[in-house]
Structure formats: C-alpha cells, structure tokens
Design a protein around this ligand. Structure first.
Ligand code: FAD
Ligand code: DLZ
Ligand code: SF4
Length: 510
C-alpha cells in the first residue's frame, strides 16, 4: 500500500509541482488520467487535446524514470469512469493509500469538484497550493482588499519588487517601470522573420494524434501539422530559441499584425507555461540575463517580463477573487449569438479571416489579434460575452479558464464593468489599419465611414458607443469619444447607426 496517492492533472506537468516536491518515489504512487469530462466540458480544439494528452503521456514516462510507481489511465481504457474525481476514487479504493494528495486545480469548477469529493474519499485529502504562480490566491485577495480599482500596473510593480526582476535596488532598471510607449510600432513584411521552434512528433505523440483524430474528429480545428513541444526539454529549447532569435524585437512589434505572419516576434510559450512544461519565474530570469548580457533591449525584456509576472498573475488573481459569479457578468447586456464565421473563418473582413483561419490551423493567435480583432469585433457587435468566453476557451491551445476568462469577460468584453480594465477595448478600422497591413488586402475600405463598402468596424464602433452611452458615460477615459460623437451632425450620427444596423441585420438575420 502506498503512503500517498498523488493525482497530477494535465496542466500540472512540472517536476517542481508542490505535491511532487514533497513526494517520495519509495513510498508514494502517482495517478494521471485522460478523461472524457475534461476533454468535453468545452469542445476543445483538436490540437489542444493532443498537446495535453501527449505532454501527459511523456510526463508519466518522466515520473516512471524518476522511480515513481505511476498509474496512467488512457482515454480508451475499459474501466475509465470519465471524470477526474471518478478516477481518483477508483484508484484510491484499489490502492488504499494513507493520504490522497492534490495540487489545487486551475479552474474553479474542478476545485469545487475536489472539495466536494473530500467528504467521500477513502483517505484524508491534502490539497497543496499551486506555488508555480508567484502570487497566491490569498496574497492577491489581500492586495485587492479595500482598493477601489485593481490596476495591473500597481500590482506589477509589487511583483517586480517581490521577485527583484529588473530592479536596481529599490528602483526599476532604467528608471521606468514600463516601456510600453516604445512598443507600438507596426511591423513590415520580412523574408527573414524568425518563427517559433517546431518539433517532430515522436511515436508517443503520433499515437495520441491517432486517438484524437478518431475520437474528437468533429471538434474545431486542424490536428496536423502538429509541431508543439510536449516535454520540458523541448519546451526549454523553444524558450532558448525565442530568447535568441525573437526577443530582441518582441517589445517594439508587440502590437503589430501582418497578413500571413502568424507569430511575428511573439514567443508562443503560453502553451508550455500553462501546462507546466516551463517555469514562469525561471523563464523571466533567463530573459533578464539576456538583457544583462546586452543581447536584448530593455523595452523587450521589460515588456516580456511584465506579461508574465504582471498580466498573467494579475488575471489569475482577478479570476479567483471574483469567481464564481464572474462567469455570468454582462455589464453591457450584450446578447447576440456568436457569428458562425468564428468557426469557419469564412468572412470577407480580412482581419477577422486571418485571425480565425490561423486559430483553426494553429490553435494560436497572438494577443492583439485576440483583443483587437476577434475580441473587438464581438464587443462592438454586441455578442453575448459568455458565448465569446466559450469560444476562446475552446479554440486556443493555451486556454484554461483562470487565464482565459478574465482576459475575455474582463479585458476584451468589458463585461465585468471595469474591474479589470479601465475602458472597453473598442476600436474602429483606423486602429487596425495603423497596426497592420490587413486593410490593404481587404474588400472593405477602411477610409469609408458608412455604406456597404465601408469597413464595418467604423460604424459598429460608433454604434457601440451610442448604444452603451448610459453605462459608459461617466468613464473619464471616454470623455473625448463622447464629445466627438456629440459634435457630429444628426445626419452623420444617423448614418453611422443605420450603417451598423444594416451590417448587423445581414450578419445575424441572414
Ligand atoms: P507573448 O506575446 O509571447 O507573451 C509572453 C507571455 O506573457 C505569454 O506566453 C503569456 O504567458 C503571458 N501573457 C501575455 N499577455 C497575457 C495576458 N493578457 N494574460 C495572461 N498572460 C499573458 N492567454 C493564455 O495564456 N490563455 C488564454 O486562454 C488566453 N486567452 C485570451 C483571451 C483574450 C480575449 C485575450 C485578449 C487574451 C488572452 N490571453 C490568453 C492572453 C494572451 O493573448 C496570450 O497569453 C498570448 O497571446 C499567448 O501567446 P504568446 O505565448 O506568443 O505570448
Ligand atoms: C484540458 C484538459 C484536457 C483536455 N484533458 C485532461 C485530462 O484528460 N486529464 C487531466 O488531468 N487534465 C486534462 N485537462 C486539464 C484540466 O482540464 C485542467 O487541469 C483544468 O482545466 C484546471 O486547469
Ligand atoms: Fe478589417 Fe476593416 Fe481593415 Fe477590412 S478594412 S481588414 S474589415 S479593419
């Protein structure tokens, strides 16, 4: 009989995981399980399921190599109960451990399921805090207590002080906390643009690809080519490649978009960080070292580190502080269905077609595509934020609710009424034209404001502002927007609203 039975989830594939740090291969038993419930609670992109199962199977082998007895349940195993609590119970009963160990789950629904299970478990259950994150849920709640506004920038500064990253004593490296003002350049097409490192699937991954093709063939997205890393060694090689080949330009072109360039200077490392193959603090330390060695400029190193120790930790804090009702927030009362083209990519608007096609093929789009193209469109078209959230959770390989939901419900859809962001990320075609070359390849004219050939983002933007004026009027960051609207003639305002209505009717009523 093992002393402890430790359950390791599909996004907990780190040898440094709290429950594994304290475990002993001599006495303890590991359980990992591919289960139908996790693969189906949203209809995940095929590549996401393949990534997680392949990485789980490799991690199971790593643990065996480290001397652990590992029970690895495959999706098609005859006795698989189909849920994580079901598998935990089945194996806890069969193995009779003294204790059951779990590291806290990343999603609310699963945390509740494990808490509910504790009462019927055949042995005491110990739940470890997930200290791969730098800020615990309790520490975030303390930080948030009594603050009227939870602004990322102040949280980030505290995380810089806490980690010592890019700090010169008590002051930030270079004298400023944030170099975002240098990070808004549009990119230009370049034959020598670097790309993320790709990996050939090995036999274990090929077996998973066959399983996913057979069992999840009707899910969204292309399964192959599959090139993600599925081991910590390969994920670290991908990180080294990013630091050497892409990081120097990461900051400058962070907000840029180009037709056919799916990654630009983005790292595509969230897929590995979020399932535990890369350690976030270690990664930031390597980025800081590249800066200190003079290999990358400060705006890039700071920008990258801010995304990880700032945004990534902050959104997780918001999620656990505001759940469970956060999921149902809809501050703007948006209620339209998600347009079908989000699933097919069949749409005339080049910006949306590019973002959605690459999402289908790669299970990846970079931040500005998620925020200012697919997110912005859903926001100004008035799509139900919950439908938008379910789409993002399903289609991206890096999507787990703790990070996806606040980014969608809060940052992108303003459905939390401004808890996370100080104003809605709504933009007209002008912004997209400034930051991309999409409009030059579009059947719509970004310079036209209204009418059937005008960029639909233009009229939708003003319709969104006018429609939501009651809710948004007091927002100090929107004062200029509303005064511009007020200065327009009645005819201009009516033309915007009619144009938006005509577009929305065609889109939603056929
Ligand atoms: P890079 O641009 O290279 O950034 C570096 C790292 O910073 C990322 O790997 C990621 O770990 C972190 N990061 C950057 N921005 C954010 C952010 N806003 N929140 C949290 N971490 C951040 N990120 C996810 O990891 N999973 C999601 O499901 C997810 N859903 C999103 C939904 C919407 C509507 C929006 C607007 C953003 C979402 N993001 C999500 C945040 C961000 O878009 C992705 O982290 C990023 O695009 C991942 O690609 P990358 O690794 O190339 O990032
Ligand atoms: C996302 C996912 C999928 C698709 N499948 C599994 C699985 O079969 N077994 C498992 O342990 N974890 C899986 N996961 C990850 C879990 O859903 C994840 O642990 C929770 O979403 C919490 O973040
Ligand atoms: Fe998108 Fe409008 Fe530009 Fe077309 S013109 S790519 S719809 S922003």
């Amino acid at each position: 009989m093992p002393k402890r039975l430790a359950l390791i989830l599909g996004d907990q594939l780190s040898l440094t995981l709290a429950s594994l740090r304290d475990a002993d291969p001599e006495t303890d038993h590991i359980l990992m399980a591919e289960v139908w419930d996790e693969a189906q609670y949203v209809r995940h992109h095929k590549k996401k399921i393949a990534l997680i199962f392949a990485a789980m199977r490799h991690f199971g082998e790593t643990l065996r190599g480290a001397g652990y007895a590992v029970t690895y349940v495959r999706l098609d195993d005859a006795d698989n109960t189909g849920s994580l609590t079901g598998e935990l119970h089945r194996h806890a009963q069969a193995l009779g451990p003294d204790e059951i160990w779990i590291t806290e789950a990343g999603e609310w629904r699963l945390r509740k399921a494990f808490e509910g299970y504790m009462a019927q478990a055949p042995a005491p259950v110990r739940i470890f805090e997930d200290d791969r994150f730098l800020c615990s849920t309790a520490d975030f709640a303390d930080w948030a207590k009594g603050r009227k506004q939870l602004r990322m920038e102040y949280f980030y500064r505290d995380m810089r002080r806490k980690t010592g990253l890019l700090m010169d004593g008590d002051t930030p490296e270079g004298g400023q906390w944030n170099y975002d003002a240098d990070n808004r350049k549009p990119a230009e097409a370049d034959l020598f643009m670097p790309h993320p490192k790709r990996f050939e699937p090995d036999d274990i991954t090929r077996e998973v690809l066959a399983l996913v093709g057979a069992r999840f063939g009707d899910h969204f997205g292309d399964l192959e080519p599959f090139w993600f890393a599925v081991t910590a060694d390969d994920a670290n090689a991908a990180a080294d490649h990013f630091i050497t080949a892409q990081l120097a330009d990461f900051g400058t072109y962070q907000d840029a978009m180009l037709v056919g360039e799916r990654f630009l200077y983005h790292s595509v490392l969230s897929v590995y960080i979020n399932i535990g193959l890369l350690d976030p603090l270690d990664l930031c330390t390597r980025v800081e070292a590249a800066y200190k060695a003079g290999k990358v400029p400060l705006n890039s190193a700071e920008g990258f580190i801010r995304q990880i120790i700032g945004w990534r930790e902050y959104v997780r804090g918001i999620y656990f502080t505001a759940m469970p009702d956060y999921a149902a927030r809809n501050a703007l009362g948006a209620s339209r269905a998600l347009p079908d083209f989000y699933w097919t990519g069949e749409v005339d608007m080049t910006c949306l077609r590019e973002a959605i096609t690459q999402t289908r093929e790669e299970a990846y789009a970079h931040h500005i595509q998620r925020l200012m193209i697919t997110g912005n469109f859903a926001l100004i078209a008035g799509v139900d934020p919950h439908a938008v959230h379910e789409w993002y959770l399903a289609v991206y390989a890096d999507a787990f609710e703790w990070v996806e939901m606040p980014n969608t419900i809060g940052m992108s859809q303003f459905a939390d009424g401004g808890l996370l962001g100080s104003k809605p990320y709504a933009a007209s075609g002008n912004y997209i034209n400034k930051m991309s070359d999409y409009c030059a390849h579009c059947r719509y004219d970004v310079k036209q404001k209204t009418g059937p050939d005008a960029c639909p983002f233009n009229a939708l933007y003003w319709d969104f502002m006018a429609r939501n004026r009651k809710t948004l009027d007091g927002n100090p960051r929107l004062g200029r927007v509303f005064s511009t609207w007020d200065r327009m003639t009645d005819d201009t305002r009516a033309a915007y609203r009619d144009s938006a209505q005509a577009f929305l009717s065609t889109l939603f009523d056929g």
